[in-house]
Design a binder for this molecule. Structure first.
Ligand SMILES: [Zn+2]
Length: 66
């Protein structure tokens, strides 16, 4: 949820007027996009998937005799 420092209040994303605070017209759209924890989650998911992929290849090598 976007935080307006000028108004010292959290604004609902739906309440923003074209990405701006309805109280003071401060631009809050940038803060609302891709928060840092989303990026961390994304990186973590990629690492996890690569780890599982490695496990899958390992399983194939052990169980499938070409
Ligand atoms: Zn404001």
């Amino acid at each position: 949820m976007p935080w307006c420092e000028t108004c010292a209040i959290f604004r609902e994303p739906e309440a923003l007027e074209e990405g701006k605070c309805p109280g003071c017209q401060a631009d809050l759209a940038i803060k609302a996009k891709t928060p840092w924890h989303f990026k961390v989650l994304l990186v973590g998911t990629v690492i996890y998937l690569l780890y599982r992929l490695g496990q899958g290849i390992d399983w194939l090598v052990r169980h499938v005799h070409f």
